[in-house]
Design a protein around this ligand. Structure first.
Ligand code: GDD
Length: 315
């Protein structure tokens, strides 16, 4: 069995590759010439890497024609919400064109591949408190260019299934974190700041944005197991929430991290970390996915937070 992982050098891609290798699957991953390789350096002898620019149809067609994978985990994306405010067209083009090129290449070679696409709970956007926990039937009210790009990816998945019968499974993943999470994202950013304070590299002041927002965090290692199950047991064309079913304010998440450290800190709001509009609450209902695949989260939030701190302490 051969699997293609787009964005293999990224946070989720590297965990996906580890999971697939444990399943005995042959792993090929896409990188770009500017990709950082530190997340996958420990896997280099077990995986194959192919240079591929997903925005370039020729590049994607060449890759798909050569590799003909049976499974595709499409994880490559511009995934940081604030970047999408600064360069909206780039985010939309990157995320949407990359996926269209992938689908068209699969179609062109009539590849019977199963394709998982990484959609996002950001698509739900403005959620009213009475709408939680959020089901897949909830209206989409996206609040950022990033969210728009994910709505497009999501519905392209639906459309290519309906129009051409591509086996696309749409996973709608809520926030996920764990070791190797990029330092821009809130859990990793706060964990790194705490470790920098522990090591005396930074004054004991932690800079924060909106601490009131509520997020539903799942461990990345549970998420990649979910992506595998999505292709093993999920129905093509369907969308599935992958979530923990609990949520914390960002302030509570910060306090959890601090409870695993001895530092005394002052919290300071940094206005540059506030967003033009922030999704206030994301709390997911994963029953549909559980019924289809048996998946449920296994790693408790506290362990994820501890592992994240350990990751930064080891850097
Ligand atoms: N990044 C960041 N930095 N966020 C902060 C900070 C800070 O200093 N302080 C507060 N926050 C708040 C943000 O305003 C947001 O409400 C929340 O923390 C989470 O921010 P992120 O970690 O940047 O993630 P996100 O929720 O915007 O998006 C993540 O989850 C999506 C799924 O819902 C990303 O992983 C997306 O790629 C993913 O699709």
């Amino acid at each position: 069995m051969k699997a293609l992982v787009t964005g293999i050098s990224g946070f989720v891609g590297s965990h996906m590759a580890e999971f697939l290798l444990h399943q005995g699957v042959e792993v090929v991953g896409t990188i770009r010439n500017r990709s950082r390789m530190d997340h996958i350096s420990h896997l280099r002898k077990d995986i194959r890497l192919a240079e591929c620019e997903l925005r370039d149809p020729f590049s994607v067609e060449t890759l798909i024609g050569q590799e003909k994978p049976e499974l595709i985990f499409h994880l490559a994306a511009q995934s940081f919400v604030p970047t999408s405010w600064n360069s909206p067209i780039d985010t939309i083009h990157n995320n949407v064109a990359g996926q269209v090129n992938l689908f068209e290449a699969v179609r062109r070679f009539e590849l019977p591949a199963k394709i998982q696409i990484a959609c996002s709970s950001e698509e739900y956007g403005q959620v009213e408190p009475e709408e939680t926990p959020i089901r897949e039937t909830n209206p989409l009210r996206p609040l950022s260019p990033y969210a728009i790009s994910k709505v497009a990816q999501d519905y392209l998945g639906y459309q290519y299934f309906r129009s051409y019968g591509l086996h696309v499974v749409r996973t709608i993943t809520f926030n996920h974190t764990g070791p190797r999470r990029g330092e821009n994202f809130v859990t990793s950013n706060f964990a790194k700041q705490i470790v920098d304070i522990e090591k005396g590299r930074k004054a004991p002041v932690i800079h924060v944005g909106n601490l009131e927002a509520k997020r539903d965090f799942t461990d990345v290692r549970d998420v990649v197991r979910g992506y595998w199950l999505a292709l093993e047991k999920g129905q093509p064309g369907e969308n599935y929430n992958i979530a923990s079913g609990t949520c914390y304010t960002i302030a509570e998440m910060l306090n959890t991290l601090l409870s695993f450290s001895n530092v005394d800190i002052e919290v300071q709001t940094d206005p540059s970390r506030l967003r033009p509009s922030d999704v206030q609450i994301l709390l997911g209902d994963y029953r549909k996915f559980n019924e289809a695949t048996g998946w449920k989260p296994e790693i408790p939030f506290e362990r994820t937070m501890q592992d994240l701190l350990q990751y930064w302490r080891s850097q």
